[in-house]
Ligand binder design. Structure first.
Ligand SMILES: N[C@@H](CCC(=O)N[C@@H](CS)C(=O)NCC(=O)O)C(=O)O
Length: 211
């Protein structure tokens, strides 16, 4: 099987998590930013992640891919366990998280933006959605304050988590994205949660390129 991804992409990370957790024999192909041809040829639109299944067909939608890969072998990770507080945390935090991480992603070291042309395409794509990205970085203060408060609230919510469930495929990719942001305080419990899931699912955190 093959996963087409961007390395920075939180939706792609969901699919990398399940593949790593289940130790699936997975090939990864990073699509370059600006390459519309490859995804369009595979699934008729410009989107990642894309899974190429064993039968050669393709599927999109990160949570559908997670569900599909989960049922291929035991143990199963995708039982719906009620986690309303964590669901709400993700909802309440998403806007500020994206405003912090997206401009920093465009300055990061990721394969999909390894060429000037690809990085320029990424900046153009995100500028269309978020406006001027340098302004967004310059005005990070308000969002940093909000997310520092949310990270504090998260300490007690992640403390009791042992097993991996569906909510972790939403929460962990947001936190991994936040690891590219300088000036955030990750408490001990959130840090432990992040390191544990990064290890278990064999994905990287981005602390070493925080800005
Ligand atoms: N609902 C989709 C969202 C995926 C998504 O938004 N992917 C972004 C990358 S982070 C994308 O493909 N953007 C279009 C582009 O690159 O032009 C999923 O969960 O898989």
């Amino acid at each position: 099987m093959k996963l087409y991804i961007y390395e920075h992409c939180p939706f792609c990370l969901r699919t990398r998590m399940i593949s790593g957790l289940k130790q699936l024999d997975m090939q990864y192909e990073v699509i370059m930013e600006g390459d519309a041809e490859t995804p369009t040829r595979l699934v008729g639109k410009k989107v990642v992640p894309i899974l190429q299944k064993q039968d050669g067909t393709h599927m999109t939608e990160s949570l559908d891919i997670v569900q599909h890969l989960d049922q291929l072998a035991e143990p199963s990770y995708v039982q719906e366990v009620d986690a309303p507080e964590l669901e709400q945390w993700c909802k309440d935090s998403a806007d500020a998280i994206y405003k912090l991480v997206v401009p920093r992603f465009t300055k990061g070291q990721f394969k999909e933006i390894a060429t000037d042309e690809a990085r320029t395409a990424f900046v153009a794509r995100e500028t269309r959605v978020f406006g001027d990205l340098d302004d967004l970085i310059a005005n990070s203060g308000e969002h940093l304050a909000k997310i520092n408060q949310k990270l504090l609230e998260l300490e007690d919510l992640v403390d009791t988590r042992e097993d991996v469930h569906l909510i972790d495929f939403k929460l962990f990719p947001l936190l991994r994205s936040l690891s590219i942001v300088k000036g955030l305080q990750f408490g001990n419990k959130v840090n432990r949660y992040m390191q544990n899931l990064a290890d278990k699912s064999k994905v990287d955190l981005l602390f070493d390129q925080a800005l």
